[in-house]
Write a protein that binds this ligand. Structure first.
Ligand code: 5RP
Length: 222
């Protein structure tokens, strides 16, 4: 299997995993990115088995609607059984770096509400220590320089994602060259910098299940 085939295979595996547990009134959370897009396409086959989805981005909402899957506002939903999303890196403890697509804040909110977070990835995302992939940090625009200086003080190199505005109207600083040895503490530390909306570390709410695509097939880690 090549990388695209692995993405489609984990997407199908995620649908197979949740389908028996879906009820007519179930609402699920759906992430953002190319692997999440494969999941949405696979999910369309069972759109009549559940009520609809909460989207983690405008792009995901649009794709869900194109498949006639109803999109709910998170505030109108009391519980989400599942959240299904990709990741940019995952470590042996299921801590993640997310936000390569810039949707990290809404992704983190939807993941926080969900009972079970199923992360769908190909094997290229597996690492021992997080931090090779630049860590996205969503920042209020007027705080860009201040937050940049604070991030530079952490031994990393913050890079402004030029021309990119999040769905929330903010900017992204990508933090390069940090070895994230204690992801939970680092996540909290970054969130304490004034002007940071959130960061792409999913450690305090990590994944519950990882479906990893390999050339030989899908491996379930839990
Ligand atoms: C978007 C994300 C994505 O889940 C992450 O970037 C992985 O994307 P892809 O499935 O395209 O590799 O966090 O904000």
């Amino acid at each position: 299997m090549n990388q695209d085939e692995m993405k489609r295979a984990v997407a199908m595996a995620a649908v197979d995993m949740i389908r028996p547990k879906l009820e007519k009134n179930s609402v699920i959370g759906v992430g953002t990115g190319s692997t999440a897009n494969c999941f949405i396409d696979a999910l369309a086959a069972c759109r009549n088995d559940f009520a609809g989805a909460v989207a983690s981005s405008e792009a995901t909402a649009e794709r869900l609607r194109r498949h006639n899957i109803e999109v709910f506002d998170l505030n109108s939903v009391s519980e989400l059984e599942f959240y299904i999303d990709g990741a940019d890196e995952f470590d042996p403890h299921f801590n993640l770096i997310k936000g390569g697509g810039g949707a990290l804040t809404r992704e983190k909110i939807v993941a926080a509400v969900a009972k079970t977070f199923i992360c769908i990835v190909d094997e290229s995302k597996q690492v021992d220590v997080l931090g090779n992939f630049p860590l996205p940090v969503e920042v209020i625009p007027m705080a860009r320089s201040y937050v940049g200086r604070q991030l530079a003080g952490l031994d990393g190199q913050p890079v402004y994602r030029q021309g990119f505005v999040t769905d929330n109207g903010n900017i992204i600083l990508d933090l390069h060259s940090v070895d994230i040895l204690d992801p939970k503490t680092f996540e909290r530390h970054l969130n304490n910098i004034v002007g940071v909306v959130t960061n792409g570390l999913f450690a305090n709410r990590s994944a519950d299940v990882i479906l990893m695509g390999t050339p030989q097939g899908v491996v379930t880690l839990q």
